[in-house]
Design a protein around this ligand. Structure first.
Ligand code: SF4
Length: 369
């Protein structure tokens, strides 16, 4: 398939792995931000092609994994109201909250519908004018434009029974939070190419300079990822800390200006609680006050609780790069895809689900902190 096969070229992959091995003179720890990149690394065994001096750790870029339990609980409570239809992407239905998940709520009679676009939820609202239709708007900068468009469409078409339950998060504040942690191990980042397709590169320069950390914007196929690692190691070995774009076929320096404007028109930056990572200031998006009628949190007067830490799930330590899924005692035992204890075992972008699918299913310590 054009634009995929050439980025899965085995000979090129081995060439790049060899070049990285020749380049690396000491240990380096590099974090890929996005769960899609994590999935590709584990699926294709890219980390196992690298020299032992290069450690890839898996960042907080899986939207399902960082959606806090209290938002899941709000979604469940809304779904169980007699006059509410909760529309969601399918991957949110099995994410555990503090109580039941959305699939269980549906089994108990809640009106939970899987949609493939937030615009589909606007259509559901138009077709059901006597019901309140809430779209569960989770994700990073990548999903924010379509969610913002759904509000603009509902407003333009006079759809007054539509609102968003938002749990939008932003990548750059999370990178800063990880780098500022006292136990941080990350020395270089593979930034998420699709996030930069929307947002461009402007936010990453100050992070690279202030934290002295190379940031390479990277795609999602094996050749993309190893090129990102190569460029990152090149910078680390030569003492540079710059932003490089290794995904130029999709990412422009300025990003997608139109999409950014749509997001800014509908959402404002706000503090956000991340599952496993806690509260990160100015790391999320919420519906602007002037569009409050489209904000389910305001419309249904949902509380902004501080959130509760997961009890045995170590997803926070995995997403900070200090542990790997095999380090979790629940991995493959009490926590499996059919009975997930934590969100990273649910989502196809979650590190635990990727390790469960493609690696040994027994827990072994892999990183010394
Ligand atoms: S294996 Fe399960 S409980 Fe352990 S970190 Fe992963 S999702 Fe959480």
């Amino acid at each position: 398939m054009k634009y995929v096969d050439e980025y899965r070229d085995a000979a090129l992959v081995h060439q790049l792995a060899g070049a990285i091995a020749r380049l690396a003179t000491r240990p380096w720890t590099i974090m890929e931000i996005c769960g899609g990149q994590t999935h590709a690394i584990v699926k294709f065994g890219l980390d196992e092609l690298l020299p032992r001096t290069i450690t890839l750790v898996h960042g907080p870029g899986c939207p399902v994994c960082v959606t806090p339990a209290e938002i899941i609980d709000h979604a469940v409570a809304l779904a169980l109201r007699p006059n509410v239809t909760l529309c969601s992407f399918g991957d949110m239905l099995r994410v555990p909250g503090a109580g039941i998940d959305l699939l269980t709520a549906k089994a108990r009679g809640g009106d939970v519908r899987i949609v493939y676009s937030p615009l589909d939820a606007v259509t559901v609202a138009k077709e059901n004018p006597t019901r309140e239709i809430v779209f569960f708007a989770v994700g990073f900068e990548t999903t924010a434009p379509a969610n913002a468009l759904s509000v603009q469409r509902a407003q333009r078409e006079g759809v007054r029974n539509f609102s968003l339950l938002t749990s939008h998060v932003l990548v750059p504040p999370a990178m800063r939070a990880l780098l500022s942690a006292p136990d941080n191990l990350v020395q270089g980042f593979l930034a998420a190419g699709h996030v930069c397709t929307i947002m461009g590169l402007a936010e990453y320069g100050p992070i690279a300079r202030e934290h002295r950390v190379p940031i390479v914007v990277t795609g999602f196929e094996p050749v993309d990822i190893l090129e990102g690692v190569f460029r990152c190691v090149q910078q680390l070995e030569t003492g540079r800390a710059e932003v490089e774009n290794a995904y130029a076929r999709a990412v422009k320096t300025e990003g997608n200006v139109h999409a950014r404007h749509v997001v800014e028109a509908v959402f404002a930056v706000a503090d956000r609680n991340w599952r496993g990572l806690g509260l990160i200031p100015r790391s999320g998006l919420e519906v602007r006050p002037e569009l409050a009628e489209f904000d389910a949190a305001k419309r249904f007067q949902l509380s902004r609780s501080a959130g509760r830490p997961d009890t045995i799930c170590i997803s926070g330590e995995i997403m900070r790069g200090v542990k790997k899924p095999h380090d979790c005692p629940a991995f493959g035992t009490t926590c499996r895809p059919e009975h997930p204890v934590g969100a990273p075992m649910v989502s196809s972008e979650g590190a635990c689900a990727a390790y469960y699918r493609y690696r040994s299913r027994t827990a072994t310590a892999t990183i010394a902190v």
